[in-house]
Design a protein around this ligand. Structure first.
Ligand SMILES: Cc1ncc(COP(=O)(O)O)c(C=O)c1O
Length: 383
């Protein structure tokens, strides 16, 4: 059976990237690796839209999230985290693990944080030194207003450290790190970057390095100042994840050939298609107000178990994701990021139409696919 992976991460890997990953291992202390790595770091800056330092870590993205606390803050520091899903909540959990004075800005799952809520959180916590948010909340399919938050912080709290989880945004939709004043941006390999899990990327601003000087939390492996020093020489502090770096070279070449604007437009068009597909099938979108361009989440129709929908698609070779935490069984999520294309979406929608119909929620054959084509075309026509 042909397999389709449409989960919001990990994502499928293009054959050219698989080829790069299978290349003979390079020694990480030799000049050929340093040359490769320096080029990768330069192009990562391009992808992250920044002139700031960029660091890679042999870890999943959560390792970089952890390092964003342990390298820049101190015990008892007042931090605000936007908790609007599983990954926003991860910021809160790490803050607690490091003994921060946590101000959790809780937002209903499925909704995006508003600037009014952000402003209120700062009014209640005028001593906050850092603000943590998720660009694309994978658990709900919501995109938070990162540009607007950056603008608000620049005008009102310019000394606050602005930290953004871009794990399901990087390489999928626009995150202007420098223009939006993002001090620390975190990404992971297994989403838009079209690589296996296991590599995290981060960008770190000069302001963040000032915080680093004041930070006294214990750290060893995730010592970013040490990593930055090694990176400047085209090295890593410990053994580099050489295969991931070779794969990333290939990915970045593909991104550069297509161009960032074209990539963003392509995924936005797919996302618009997936939303229209849902509406045309009679499904309710879980995050209609501020949907992420990388994930669409649908509410399971009344009386149907979201997990059963996921299971039935899995039986047909198609992997999507169910809901997490209290949303388990209530929603299901389809990823559109990385090496996923329009054809993958249409195959999934055709099968979804049949599965829903089988389960008693009748969908006219082709309704989802027609909606997809229409929604995508409409976006492309106007952008
Ligand atoms: C938005 C977001 N943040 C953080 C993570 C955690 O990444 P990892 O599992 O690579 O540690 C994920 C993974 O799904 C994610 O989607």
């Amino acid at each position: 059976m042909k397999k389709y992976l449409l989960a919001p991460g990990p994502t499928p890997i293009p054959p050219a990237v698989s080829g790069a990953l299978a290349a003979p291992i390079m020694h990480h202390r030799m000049p050929e690796f340093a040359e490769l790595f320096k080029g990768v770091l330069e192009d990562l800056k391009w992808l992250m839209m920044t002139k700031n330092d960029v660091i890679t870590l042999a870890a999943t993205a959560s390792g970089a999230m952890d390092a964003a606390f342990s390298n820049f803050l101190w015990k008892g520091a007042k931090v605000i985290t936007v908790s609007a899903g599983k990954f926003g909540e991860r910021w809160s959990e790490i803050a607690q693990a490091y003994g921060m004075d946590l101000a959790r800005l809780s937002v209903e799952w499925g909704k995006a944080v508003t600037i009014e809520q952000v402003d209120q959180a700062f009014k209640e916590n005028p001593d906050a030194v850092a603000f943590f948010v998720t660009a694309s909340e994978t658990s709900t399919g919501v995109a938070h207003p990162i540009a607007a938050i950056g603008d608000y912080l620049r005008k009102n709290h310019p000394d606050v450290l602005f930290v953004v989880d871009a794990v399901t945004a990087l390489g999928i939709f626009e995150i202007r790190t420098d223009d939006w004043g993002i001090d620390i941006l975190v990404g992971g390999s297994q989403k838009g970057l079209m690589l296996p899990p296991g590599l995290a990327v981060m960008s770190i601003s000069p302001k963040a390095w000032e915080f680093n000087k004041k930070s006294d939390l214990p750290r060893y492996y995730f010592d970013l100042a040490k990593e930055a020093k090694s990176h400047k020489k085209g090295q890593t502090a410990y053994t580099a994840a050489v295969s991931h770096i070779m794969g990333l070279r290939q990915t970045l070449d593909m991104f550069k050939a297509e161009g960032l604007d074209n990539i963003f437009r392509r995924f936005q068009a797919i996302a618009h298609g997936m939303r229209q597909a849902g509406r045309s099938m009679g499904l309710t979108l879980f995050a209609p107000d501020s949907p992420s361009p990388s994930i669409t989440s649908y509410v399971a129709p009344d009386g149907l178990d979201g997990q059963a929908i996921v299971g039935k698609l899995k039986d047909r070779g198609i992997t999507i994701a169910g809901g997490q935490a209290h949303l388990k069984g209530k929603i299901f999520r389809i990823g559109h990021m990385g090496y996923m294309d329009e054809g993958d979406m249409m195959v999934t929608l055709l099968n979804l139409e049949e599965v829903l119909t089988e389960m008693g929620f009748a969908v006219p054959a082709g309704a989802g696919v027609a909606g997809f084509v229409q929604g995508r075309a409409q976006y492309l026509k106007s952008h």
